[in-house]
Design a protein around this ligand. Structure first.
Ligand code: PMP
Length: 335
């Protein structure tokens, strides 16, 4: 079959059983890094731009402005080029150099903001995107934290694909949470199909979604899984489709990325490690009544975007991530 236009390759990603890594559990993962710019965020980026064009909110030659941790920006590069739009991305300074270099290579203008400032406060990357959109003529803010086309992309594409691929035989769906688009869109679709499917969020320790879900006062602290669990709650997060949110240590997320590479030869980014660490932790602690639950998830992006962090021994050492031994934190807990 001959395809025309890179957008023909959006979605319809393969589903793979992760059986060499999880020998005792039925874990199926949708390989979302096989989207055109190597992440799941191509789907909502395309949806948000197509809708804005359809509703005549943007016209060729206009400038799109978006706050992004990189992947949505890359998806927007694709959608903007197709629609002859300029693109300005605001990112925070801890976004990987690979993502920033890729954004620039695709032709986006990148504004790097201070990650110490809360994202939606003055100087933070979400705040800067909003204020640029007020200053720049003929510009439109694409706000993935608010735009309903973000979860809708997953409700209309990722969710149905995942459900069909497993022929509806699903007991658990696990997802990390950034804007909440993935978990809210897929979660809503699955719950409508079968309310007994459990939807479980996974975040790094330090994230604020778990405490918010448990109705505790959340306290954000820095973590190393930069594209998820930011320091504010996204409006697009729909807690009503979620059954539980668990948190995992950064070192376990990193470790699972290496195990995934070693056992399955899948090179995925840190949020993929995070969700797999979450599945592992959840089933170490949960007594499962159904003897062979079907567990599914998505692997959001590609490990090649993290060569300077996840796959850089100096970076791991600087952050006390000792994958062959125990971390200081783990040793301290043993004493
Ligand atoms: N993983 C990666 C690598 C991401 O870039 C994102 C989005 N920032 C997510 C997970 C979370 O996706 P969502 O925004 O749909 O919650």
């Amino acid at each position: 079959m001959i395809f025309e236009g890179i957008e023909s390759f959006l979605g319809n990603t393969p589903m793979m059983r992760i059986s060499r890594l999880f020998r005792d559990l039925n874990v199926f993962a949708k390989l979302e890094y096989l989207n055109p710019t190597f992440s799941i965020k191509d789907r909502p980026a395309y949806y948000m731009i197509q809708e804005a064009v359809r509703k005549k909110k943007i016209h060729p030659g206009n400038t799109v402005i978006a706050a992004t941790s990189g992947n949505t920006g890359l998806g927007l590069c694709l959608a903007c080029k197709i629609n002859q739009l300029n693109l300005i991305c605001t990112v925070f300074d801890s976004v990987s150099i690979e993502k920033i270099a890729l954004l620039k290579s695709y032709g986006a203008h990148v504004v790097v903001c201070d990650s110490d400032v809360p994202s939606d406060e003055e100087g933070g990357y979400v705040w800067v995107a909003k204020s640029l959109s007020q200053e720049i003529k003929n510009s439109v803010l694409i706000d993935q934290f608010v735009d309903i086309n973000n979860p809708l992309a997953h409700y209309q594409t990722t969710g149905p694909e995942l459900y069909e691929q497993l022929r509806g035989k699903i007991d658990y769906f696990f997802s990390t949470i950034g804007t909440g688009g993935t978990i809210s869109g897929i979660g809503r679709y699955l719950k409508e199909k079968n309310p007994s499917i459990k939807v479980i969020g996974v975040e790094p320790e330090g994230g604020i979604y778990r405490d918010t879900f448990l109705q505790k006062t959340p306290l954000y602290s820095d973590h190393l899984i930069h594209s998820i669990s930011d320091n504010f709650i996204s409006q697009n997060m729909d807690f009503s489709v979620v059954d539980d949110i668990i948190s995992v240590k950064d070192i376990d997320s990193f470790r699972l990325c290496y195990e995934l590479l070693d056992r399955e030869q899948i090179c995925a980014g840190t949020s993929s490690g995070c969700v797999l660490a979450g599945i592992k932790k959840f089933f170490e602690r949960t007594e499962v009544i159904n003897p062979e639950p079907i567990i599914t998830t998505v692997l959001p992006d590609c490990g090649l975007k993290y060569i300077d962090t996840l796959f850089n021994p100096d970076y791991l050492e600087q952050h006390d991530i000792r994958l062959d031994g125990k971390s200081d934190d783990e040793l301290r807990q043993q004493i």
